[in-house]
Design a protein around this ligand. Structure first.
Ligand code: APR
Ligand code: PHB
Length: 399
């Protein structure tokens, strides 16, 4: 039997950031990850970091490569009706910006820092199981290198993503799950070609949504709305580029640069929140407990925000025995979680071609909303505030 203070399941952005936050406070952690290091470092995921995420990674000492290679953006384009409209994010938010830097690059930097610190991080761990979560002595059982081990912890952090084992290991009846399925999916490609735009383009078109993003001055990341049951085998590269060009087309003609495809895949879209985010000595964070559709670019940022609150509460508890931060963990996280839920579903419904729209009413509503956002300073500021990352402040009540 080994022992640690905080047992962390999952080495994604949530688990690794938590490990780093606790390590610098002298709190012992062990991180258990079921995939290989190569796998987690090469899995292509999201890429938009909010200002607060960038600031935290910098403060944690893992921001050096991000500062060098990340691309700071001060605006995004909304394109609809064949015209582009810029939302000046920084002008509308007192100078805040977003940084384009792939999630797997964040993961690589966090893993390098973890290994350098000498704190334990085990890859390719099998049969992870949680026990005694409702007692004061939780234990994680797992196999590693063919040997079984038991890890006694004060607290377990479930950071093992949507398909992990932590959330399902809670007894029936503890969680209330709120969810929405979308009749859309994203076909994403990574392409070895310079981006055709300086800023991200979120494009509404009668053929469906398209997004132009990027990873570097040489690598583009593009997405197409497709049906969830679409087969990637039916999408040879030429068909993808042709469809992207048609959706991004503008009145005055706009050319999309195409290039060799480095990676492609189809991802379903869903919204999920499981509440509470804690039970006994188990605290859930990130995708393990909530999912957003990618249209608002919030998933990674929310994962980081959860563990920032969790780390602060754990530090307070270890220092002074005060568990009020831990008790309040769910309530503290949920304000940002639900704001991001709303923003992500709002962006999704404004930009995606509806599955059923007899008579075109939904489409007209979308265009009315897009026009409003692009012509009202207040509406644009609201989008910008959410996009760069909303920080909850107390809700004023009537005196
Ligand atoms: N045991 C150990 N590790 C596990 C287990 C398990 N049983 N099941 C899953 N994992 C690992 C996964 O392999 C993954 O590396 O947990 C990690 C969870 O990482 P993410 O899925 O990246 O979740 P999170 O850290 O919450 O980050 C959320 O990921 O999906 C994106 O858009 C999402 O950007 C957001 C981010
Ligand atoms: C990405 O670059 O992968 C990306 C950008 C914006 C989104 C989603 C994904 O909304």
């Amino acid at each position: 039997m080994s022992r640690t203070q905080v047992g962390i399941v999952g080495a994604g952005p949530a688990g690794l950031t938590l490990g780093q936050l606790l390590h610098r406070e002298g709190i012992e952690t062990i991180i258990l990850e079921d995939r290989s290091r190569h796998y987690v470092e090469h899995r292509v995921r999201a890429g938009v970091l909010e200002q607060g995420t960038v600031d935290l990674l910098t403060e944690l000492g893992v921001g050096e490569r991000m500062r060098r290679e990340g691309m700071v953006h001060h605006g995004i384009e909304l394109r609809f009706g064949g015209r582009g409209h810029r939302i000046p994010l920084s002008d509308l938010t007192g100078g805040r910006a977003i940084t384009l830097y792939g999630q797997q690059e964040v993961v690589k930097d966090l893993i390098a820092a973890r290994l350098e610190s000498g704190a334990p991080l085990l890859f390719e761990v099998d049969d992870v199981g949680l026990h005694g979560v409702e007692d004061d002595h939780p234990v994680i059982r797992y196999r590693h290198d063919g040997a079984e081990d038991e890890l006694a912890c004060d607290v377990i952090a479930g950071c093992d993503g949507y398909h992990g084992i932590c959330r399902p290991s809670l007894p029936d009846g503890v969680l209330t799950v709120y969810e929405r399925e979308y009749p859309h999916a994203w076909l994403g490609i990574l392409a070895d070609v310079a981006p055709s735009t300086e800023e991200l383009i979120y494009c509404h078109s009668d053929r469906g949504f398209a997004l132009h993003s990027m990873r570097s001055p040489e690598v583009s990341r593009l997405y197409l709305q497709v049906d969830p049951d679409e087969d990637i085998a039916d999408w040879p590269d030429e068909r993808i580029w042709e469809e992207l060009q048609r959706r991004f087309d503008t009145e005055d003609g706009w050319t999309l640069r195409s290039g060799p495809t480095l990676e492609k895949g189809i991802t379903p879209m869903r919204s999920v929140v499981a509440e509470p985010m804690q039970h006994g000595r188990l605290y859930l964070a990130g995708d393990a407990v909530h999912i957003v559709p990618p249209t608002g670019a919030k998933g990674l940022n929310l994962a980081v925000s959860d563990v920032r609150y969790l780390a602060a509460a754990l530090v307070e508890w270890y220092r002074s025995g005060d568990d009020s931060g831990l008790q309040a963990y769910t309530a503290t996280c949920l304000r940002r979680v639900w704001r991001a839920q709303h923003f992500s579903q709002w962006m999704t419904s404004m930009l995606h071609r509806p599955q059923h729209d007899p008579g075109g009413y939904e489409r007209r509503l979308q265009l009315a909303q897009l026009e409003y956002v692009c012509s009202s300073g207040a509406a644009a500021a609201s989008l910008a505030e959410n996009y760069v990352g909303w920080e909850p402040s107390p809700i004023p009540s009537r005196a």
